[in-house]
Design a protein. Structure first.
Length: 186
């Protein structure tokens, strides 16, 4: 990933070229679409927040539908010298409930140039050090303000933390040894 040619500005067309070059060769029979193409073909597809009470938050430019029906949503973000992207994976595709943390999991990927960090991983792998942080049951006592604010993204059915609620759910499953713990929100 450190040698990839990331788009230098955010945009639908540039992200499509990037996906065609670096992802599609490894995803057999996958179909690439822009956000508008996807919305016109599947107008009823909508993302609910973790509690299921409102619209969930997903930012994306390009969509890849895999041969098994899984849907990947790609968003590119360019921060000066860094190359950064978000990937949302809806593991059961068009079937519901389409909730982040339930059947949609969030990844981020980067090639940070001078820092040398190259990865694609679950969202939050670099911010949380404790299970309580991933669960976001509330700010942890004695933690720094940065980690206390992580509740905004946490894996909780309680949507009081905002529309990013659920972003840490995939990382929580990994933290728990790839098992769904008894206290997992779903």
């Amino acid at each position: 990933m450190s040698t990839w040619d990331y788009p230098k500005i955010s945009g639908t067309e540039l992200m499509g070229v990037f996906i065609e070059k670096y992802y599609l060769p490894y995803l057999r029979s996958a179909k690439l679409m822009t956000r508008s193409e996807f919305k016109s073909m599947y107008p009823k597809y909508s993302v609910k927040n973790l509690s299921g009470t409102g619209e969930g938050h997903m930012i994306y430019h390009q969509v890849v539908i895999l041969s098994n029906g899984m849907i990947l949503f790609f968003n590119d973000v360019y921060y000066g010298t860094s190359n950064y992207l978000w990937i949302y994976a809806d593991i059961n595709g068009l079937a519901g409930p389409n909730r982040i943390g339930h059947d949609i999991f969030v990844f981020d990927g980067s090639s940070w140039g001078k820092r040398g960090n190259t990865y694609v991983n679950f969202w939050s792998h670099y911010t949380c050090a404790t299970r309580a942080c991933y669960m976001a049951s509330g700010p942890e006592e004695g933690t720094s303000e940065a980690e206390s604010n992580r509740g905004y993204y946490g894996c909780s059915k309680d949507n009081k933390y905002g529309y990013y609620a659920g972003y840490y759910c995939g990382a929580l499953i990994r933290y728990d040894g790839w098992k769904i713990a008894d206290d997992y929100p779903w």
